[in-house]
Design a binder for this molecule. Structure first.
Ligand code: TUI
Length: 308
């Protein structure tokens, strides 16, 4: 299936693997790119030199293009932005902020820049700043989220900009893919479905929580802090929401979440750790290789979209 995004990036399938913090390391990103989509290393809160090593390891596993996601709240974002240029990364996506200050440097180096936006206003600003495309991410997503749903955000962003739009949030199979195309998207980004990729090194306890999750098993914490985060309900979310309702300070809440994603992803502590996942978790049930996953999604989507 050819779209403006497959042409722009030289990839086979218009499917991005979301650059999830701690989860999207080089094994997953290289496998997603090798399978024909765009694999993305999630820099998350990692130090710049760790990200450099991840990029170098991914290059050993694939010759295909892959991306790096810069989580803009990372205190090392400036250094990571430079590492991306130095290592010749082909595509950068950004999240949780406005990447305006890096745009000129990346564009000059020929990096394709694809910011995640949660509003029409930011999408327009990114287009003016020279973005090659934008990812319109709805509130159905896991992790740090905006307020608009995918169903409402994607067509409004598509109408507002001329650059291609990638839809994200709540997409987990060929039906979601086809629906995103109907909304005017040129590709999709999925995170939660890739948590169950065989090449995804997230702890088995984390995968089991996603497999067991039902439609309404996610919770949004941190609305009072201005940084809402969606994750699967557990002791952590219950405790956090209780503290939030009781008017806990930002410091108290930050103290509680410090290192909590790592705890769940790496240590498999799914009781006091944060299990970030999107609302589609209720439909994500089987472990597959990235290749099996992408081929299944594309074949479902092509049947629905009546492509050859
Ligand atoms: O970035 C994400 N998702 C993430 S980042 C992350 S790591 C983290 N860990 C603990 C607490 C917080 C984060 C986990 N998940 N998605 C992309 C995304 N970006 N979603 C929403 C946005 C966004 C929201 C507002 C982007 C820009 C924005 O406004 C920027 C501005 O300054 O106008």
């Amino acid at each position: 299936m050819k779209t403006r995004i497959t042409e722009l990036l030289g990839i086979e399938y218009p499917i991005f693997q979301g650059g999830m913090a701690w989860v999207a390391e080089y094994h997953l990103a290289a496998a997603a790119s090798e399978a024909g989509g765009l694999g993305i290393i999630g820099a998350g809160g990692a130090p710049a030199e760790f990200v450099r090593e991840q990029i170098q390891k991914a290059k050993e596993l694939t010759d295909k293009p892959f991306g790096v996601n810069v989580m803009l709240m990372n205190p090392e974002a400036d250094a990571i932005a430079k590492v991306i240029v130095e290592e010749g990364v082909k595509v950068v996506t950004t999240g949780a902020g406005n990447p305006g200050k890096y745009m000129a440097m990346w564009k000059e180096a020929g990096v394709k820049v694809i910011p995640v936006v949660a509003s029409v206003a930011l999408a327009k600003m990114m287009e003016r700043a020279g973005a090659d495309a934008v990812i319109a991410e709805g509130t159905e997503s896991g992790g740090h989220i905006g307020a608009a749903t995918t169903m409402t955000l994607v067509p409004q962003v598509v109408d507002a900009v001329s650059i291609p739009v990638i839809a994200a949030g709540g997409i987990g199979d060929g039906r979601g893919f086809a629906a995103a195309m109907m909304l005017g998207a040129q590709a999709v980004q999925m995170g939660t479905r890739f948590l169950l990729a065989k090449e995804c090194v997230v702890h088995q306890n984390y995968k089991d929580k996603v497999i067991k999750a039902k439609d309404i098993d996610s919770e949004v914490t941190g609305r009072s802090t201005g940084h809402p985060v969606r994750s699967i309900r557990n002791n952590m979310t219950r405790e956090y929401l209780k503290m939030e309702a009781e008017g806990a300070t930002l410091e108290q809440l930050e103290q509680m979440t410090l290192g909590s994603l790592r705890k769940a992803v790496v240590d498999g502590d799914v009781v006091t750790g944060t299990i970030m996942a999107g609302q589609i978790a209720g439909m994500v049930k089987k472990e597959q290789t990235c290749k099996e996953m992408m081929e299944e999604i594309m074949s479902e989507a092509k049947a629905l979209l009546k492509c050859e």
